[in-house]
Design a protein around this ligand. Sequence first.
Ligand code: ADP
Ligand code: ASP
Ligand code: MG
Length: 417
Amino acid sequence: MAGSVPRIVMKFGGTSVGDLNRIKNVAQRVKKQKEAGCAVLVVVSAMAGETDRLVSYCQEISPLYDPAEYDSIVATGEQVTSGLVALALQTMGVPSRSFAGWQVPIQTDLLHSKANLDTIDGARLLASMEKGIVPVVAGFQGVTSDKRVSTLGRGGSDTSAVALAAAIQADRCDIYTDVDGIYTSDPRIVSKARKLDKITYEEMLELASVGAKVLQTRSVGLAMRAGVRLQVLSSFIEGPAVMEGQLPGSLVVGEEEIVEKKLVTGVTCSRDEAKLSLRRIPDKPGIAAAIFGPLSAANVNVDMIVQSTGTDERTNMVFTTSKTDLPRAIRVLESVRESVQYQELAVDPDIVKVSIVGTGMRSHTGVADTMFRTLSERAINIEAISTSEIKISVLVAADYAELAVRALHTAYGLDGV
Ligand code: ADP
Ligand code: ASP
Ligand code: MG
């Protein structure tokens, strides 16, 4: 564990390092935290919009791009900001240096564009911190066993920060972003959303996995497993150094730390969904394997699956995937057309997944009923449903996304004043 000097990881997202003035503000904040007696490790994202720009370059040159080259291109955004933050700190008299993923090193597997972390060696970072030199690590990126640059999936700097916090046994991992905490719903969609002082790892994990991009899903799972204290807070609100006992943001904690348990903690919606329908497939054993095996081999994540069978020994398979994976999914499905013998492939990208999450669902009935009734009262058609122990998700037409989220937020009594 850390000794008497608190070790804090400070992660700054894209908007927080969006221009040079903001980078200077970030450096000021880091300086203040260090002067308050903390050993600080900084993790940065690329400037807002930069990763999107780099991704669009890849897609324009090659729609089915080689993921290894994609990684070497999109990882550059973080390299720029890590250097700029280190420079800004130096000009303020704070010794600092940047670290690219390979220099730490942050070792990942070979799954380019959504690589998983293998190991992180914190020794060089700790040595730097002990000498009073603030390390500024480029988030989102790592290095594979064959020495190629890898990236951790969109929003992956959160995961870099949590993993680094675990590697250096930090006392806390602070995620600085453009909102002042985790809300009952995206405050940009639901103006009546309320800030949560605390949320459980499990609930945050589910919320993130169904669209609350305030934290990358993997970062929450990792924090839960490694026991990292995780806080989300604003980089735009001025304040003193953030010390234990006066945490201004939202803390992600174990369930035992939550006093007031609610039925539903959050409502969210994911737009990164596309619906694929395979129509009139011969209904025989092995069909699901013949469809989903090749999709999985092509690294396509499939989410909701609904199978409906007609009377003529033909079946329809409807499922969802992310919009990013859609071109790959279509290519795979076209390649198995003969073996699966489906008659038609229909693609609908104009859908969203709306979800409610809460640990209270475990012990209460009627939660699903309220959801379905609320949507039906607004004449919103449900195209697919999936559930977990603490989550219910429905697929609806994209036009209804905001209406559905707001109506559910009100129905479960989450509206603030
Ligand atoms: P960063 O660039 O700092 O990583 P992100 O854009 O990835 O920031 O995440 C912050 C955004 O997450 C907020 O601007 C907000 O619109 C969105 N968001 C979605 N759901 C929630 C939620 N439940 N609570 C807070 N923010 C949310
Ligand atoms: N820059 C990367 C992205 O936009 C990673 C991150 O910001 O967390 O997805
Ligand atoms: Mg983010």
